[in-house]
Design a protein around this ligand. Structure first.
Ligand SMILES: NC(=O)c1ccc[n+]([C@@H]2O[C@H](COP(=O)([O-])OP(=O)(O)OC[C@H]3O[C@@H](n4cnc5c(N)ncnc54)[C@H](OP(=O)(O)O)[C@@H]3O)[C@@H](O)[C@H]2O)c1
Ligand SMILES: [Zn+2]
Ligand SMILES: [Zn+2]
Length: 343
């Protein structure tokens, strides 16, 4: 076991610095120095909506450098730049794992935090820490072209929108609308634009119009304006909904074109759907989350080739509580990334 400093939940509802233990390296483990970790809305949910009182160290999109390798590791060496996302293990043998969809493992994938290690049964503690120990299969080479702070959010926000974009064959000639311009949303825009699609943003905020253009989208549809929503009826083959709270899906289903799909990746939980909204136009409703190892590596290659990283505001990790408060207020353009060098 080795100790490292981390930000963990406290009774105050804030995160506090603490010493935590990381396991000793197994033959297929890497020790990783965490340099940059993105702040995902899921971290906010996990800090603010805790019901069981369990201690959480959030953080599941990080980049850093390999500091130690287990005896059986061949793909990495000490000093390599690596990236780690929100899954750190899976059974490796079920039908989903065999298809490269470890994110849908029948035995449930081990989450980077709030999960349970498959070998020693200890709770996993996340990347708001100076060090992490990860099985080498779930670490990715960080392409040299990518800035490590801007690349960190690719490992959760990016891959969560990349898999559905690819599965729904987004590319030239396809019309895509991204609902909610936050961490997931702004990366969905960049990726869909780079894939060659015609992209629009649906946001509550008309003040994001300049950003919408800069990100490469063609238009902003203000979701609080009924007339703008009505004018956008059935115009999109794919609508990616990244809104972070429970909401009515019907206004967004109405934007979907004949045989198109609304993919709901933001709010995960019960939703009521009027099937007539699907019937009219033979529409589909889908969801997705995280990504398999193959798709994650593909995303990083694609971003390396196209120079895509998140728009980030980098803060020292000591400002983590301020970052969470501002994320809760929607005061972020478009991802906070914590610089862990102060730990
Ligand atoms: N499926 C997965 O595996 C997965 C992975 C990562 C995250 N998530 C979830 O995805 C959601 C988005 O995460 P994120 O990190 O992108 O969050 P974020 O940066 O806060 O962005 C969410 C966006 O949703 C919109 N929004 C927020 N509150 C709203 C409200 N009350 N009404 C209407 N729109 C609202 C806002 O867009 P506008 O202001 O532009 O309207 C906001 O920018 C979270 O719920 C997170 O837990 C899921
Ligand atoms: Zn996340
Ligand atoms: Zn599996």
């Amino acid at each position: 076991m080795r100790s490292t400093t981390a930000w963990r939940t406290a009774n105050s509802g804030e995160l506090e610095p603490a010493l935590i233990e990381r396991r000793s390296l197994r033959p297929d483990d890497l020790g990783v120095r965490v340099d940059h970790c993105g702040v995902c809305h899921t971290d906010l949910h996990s800090v603010r909506d805790r019901t069981d009182g369990a201690t959480v160290v959030p953080g599941h999109e990080f980049t850093g450098a390999v500091t130690a390798v287990g005896s059986g590791v061949t793909r990495f060496r000490v000093g390599d730049r690596v990236a780690v996302g929100n899954i750190v293990d899976s059974c490796g043998t079920c039908a989903m794992c065999r298809k490269g969809q470890e994110n849908f493992c029948h035995d449930f994938p081990t989450l980077t935090y709030g999960g349970t290690d498959r070998i020693d049964g200890t709770p996993t503690l996340g990347g708001f820490a100076r060090e992490y120990v990860v099985r080498d299969r779930f670490a990715y080479v960080l392409p040299p072209a990518l800035d490590p702070a801007g690349a960190a959010p690719l490992l959760c926000a990016g891959i969560t929108v990349w898999e559905p974009l690819r599965a729904l064959e987004v590319g030239p000639g396809r019309r895509v609308a991204v609902v909610g311009l936050g961490g997931l949303g702004h990366l969905a825009v960049k990726l869909a634009v780079a894939l060659g699609a015609e992209v629009a943003v649906v946001s509550r905020s008309a003040s994001k119009r300049d950003d919408v253009r800069r990100l490469g989208a063609r238009e902003l549809i203000v979701s609080t304006d009924e007339a703008q929503l009505a004018a956008a009826r059935e115009r999109f083959d794919v609508v990616i909904d990244t809104v972070a709270v429970a909401h009515d899906l019907s206004p967004y289903l109405r934007l979907v074109a004949l045989d198109g799909t609304l993919t709901q990746v933001g709010y995960l939980g019960p939703a009521t759907v009027n099937t007539t909204d699907l019937l009219i136009g033979r529409k589909s409703l889908s969801s997705a989350g995280s990504g398999g190892r193959r798709a994650t590596a593909e995303l990083l290659d694609f971003c390396g080739e196209h120079g895509i990283t998140a728009d980030v505001e980098v803060l020292p990790s000591a400002k983590v509580n301020e970052a969470l408060d501002r994320l809760e207020r929607g005061d972020v353009r478009y991802r906070f990334v914590l610089d862990m060098s102060d730990l």
